[in-house]
Design a protein around this ligand. Structure first.
Ligand code: NAP
Length: 502
């Protein structure tokens, strides 16, 4: 389906056709809710895997568990498959579950306003969609951060963010500069080394790198998993449990797992032979304070003669390169901004307006809070996938989205009662949950004093302090006592009031 200016009324509107939007669509359809529409501003499904097409893009979570539990992929080509393969997998799931024909592409939502008994959603093309329930599935790593570096706009060559890779630019034989040393840079640097004339990596903060090898999976294993689907499901579950027991546990509290990852990172760093280069690559904070970068090849790449690490602060970008604070000029033909994402934005800049004209942007600011990661008081029948404090560590986000989509589906089911106009979490319950959750952050690795995209505007972690299993337990079923069910009659009255105020 392509974009349209016609008004539409649906039971559920999902914003975003990435991994979590697909999880939501499937959960609704499995519950028999077919009156749904997905709107997607891009021209295809896949979300982050559609947007990120940089050289070397790949999953850094073992893909056996980076897939849906209801559609474990038997045929991944490697442990850590490339972006195109993952995108094709999600496209296949969307197609198989009848979501493509329920998706309007090229439609960007600009505002959503609660109108008493339904959401009135405005799109950039001038259209209006109304829906009893609104689910945002806009991803976390969605809004590229373009750094505020003096002179950036004066660079004479191509300069682009990693999530907006310019495929018209051939890096072969050119001098490429990469600003940033996060997970994305750790994939691009080895991919460009040996292709570009030289690669200069500008590091502001050194990061710990876990040596995660990739392994080719034999076609025979795909045949085996196809032949024995239970084995396939078992592998999916086994890897998921392994990640929960290792990565999630290591970030949650000190102990064996954290010591193990710490030791692996330190061992990996010792593979850097030059002591001076090793010193410059040594982080000041402890492993896991930030999201661990996964790479088997980054340290090999950074030790190549045609790859240079620059750890002096950038003073300015000049037309033919970058000048660092020590006055050194680093000549460049192409500039890559591997500078990350605004992870506090969530679905914003969509202007979400709830009860009595309350704006989500005003409520959240730089410190977003939600009820059990998925809903927000004063915003009836409004749900967020991968919302504030979702478990977003080094493990698979797919399982998280599935858990949330099931809970949201059950909550949407409450709207079936004739006397229910909307469903919204109680303010007191949400406040108590957030207080308890923030109090539990003490032992987590993110409170180690480092800056990272896991932190909110107050410097508090925006991640989940408990086990992923606890997240599953908290969202296993809807606890009606924690929700307010708005009466349909009163909702209509509120709608009239809202319409009058408009
Ligand atoms: P990131 O981890 O936020 O790293 C951004 C980098 O840019 C950091 O090194 C940062 O330095 C640097 N930077 C930002 N502004 C700068 C400035 N003004 N001057 C100099 N340096 C600047 O972003 P990312 O690498 O894109 O990764 C984001 C997340 O995406 C990852 O944590 C991961 O969750 C996800 N990801 C996943 C995969 C996958 O395979 N599944 C692959 C890539 C990314 P500081 O450290 O000093 O701030």
């Amino acid at each position: 389906m392509s974009g349209s200016q016609h008004a539409t009324d649906v039971h559920v509107l999902i914003v975003g056709a990435g991994m979590s939007g697909i999880a939501m669509g499937v959960a609704l359809r499995r519950a028999g809710i077919d009156d749904l529409l997905i709107v997607e501003k891009g021209d295809a499904v896949g979300g982050t895997w559609r947007e990120n097409t940089y050289p070397g893009v790949a999953c850094d979570v073992v893909a056996r568990c980076y897939c849906f539990s209801f559609a474990p992929n038997p045929a991944w080509s490697t442990w850590l498959p490339g972006g195109a393969e993952i995108r094709a997998y999600f496209e296949g799931v969307a197609r198989d579950h009848g979501l493509l024909e329920r998706t309007r592409f090229g439609v960007e939502v600009t505002q959503a306003r609660w109108a008493g008994d339904r959401w009135r959603v405005a799109t950039r093309d001038g259209g209006t969609i109304t829906a009893r329930a609104l689910v945002t599935a806009c991803g976390i790593l969605h809004h590229p951060v373009v750094p505020d570096i003096p002179g950036l706009d004066r660079f004479a060559g191509p300069a682009f963010h990693t999530a907006r890779w310019n495929h018209d630019v051939d890096p072969t034989g050119r001098r490429v500069g990469i600003i940033g040393t996060g997970s994305t840079s750790a994939q691009i640097t080895p991919a460009l080394a040996g292709v570009a004339a030289d690669v200069t990596v500008f590091q502001r903060t050194a990061q710990w790198i876990l040596p995660l090898p990739n392994r080719r999976l034999r076609p025979a294993s795909a045949a085996l998993f196809r032949r024995f689907p239970r084995l396939n499901r078992l592998a999916h579950r086994g890897y998921s449990r392994f990640y929960d027991w290792t990565f999630a546990e290591a970030t949650r509290r000190p102990g064996l797992q954290r010591r193990m990852f710490s030791a692996l990172c330190r061992w990996n760093l010792r593979r850097v032979r030059d002591p001076e280069l090793r010193r410059r690559l040594t982080p000041a904070d402890d492993p896991m304070c930030r999201r661990l970068v996964m790479s088997w090849s980054y340290y090999d790449a950074i030790q190549r003669p045609d790859v240079t690490l620059v750890d002096r602060r950038i003073r300015e970008v000049v037309p033919d390169g970058i000048v660092t604070e020590d006055g050194a000029h680093h000549p460049l033909d192409v500039l890559v901004l591997a500078t990350g994402f605004d992870t506090r934005a969530y679905m914003r800049p969509i202007d979400v307006v709830g009860c009595d004209g309350t704006r989500l942007d005003d409520v959240w600011g730089d410190t977003p809070r939600a009820y059990r990661t998925v809903a927000v008081p004063r915003f009836p029948s409004f749900f967020v996938l991968l919302g504030p404090h979702s478990p977003v560590g080094n493990q698979s986000l797919v399982a998280i989205a599935e858990v949330q989509a099931r809970w949201i589906t059950e909550a949407i089911g409450l709207l079936d009662a004739a006397d229910v106009g909307g469903v919204v979490p109680r303010e007191d319950v949400t406040a108590a949950y957030n207080a308890r959750m923030l109090a539990a952050m003490g032992d987590t690795a993110w409170t180690g004093g480092c800056d990272s995209w896991y932190l909110d505007g107050d410097g508090l972690p925006l991640a989940w302090p408990w086990t992923p299993r606890e997240h599953g337990r908290m969202l296993a079923t809807v606890d009606r006592s924690e929700l307010e069910l708005l009466p349909a009659g009163a909702a209509s009255a509120a709608a009239t009031a809202t319409a009058t105020a408009d």
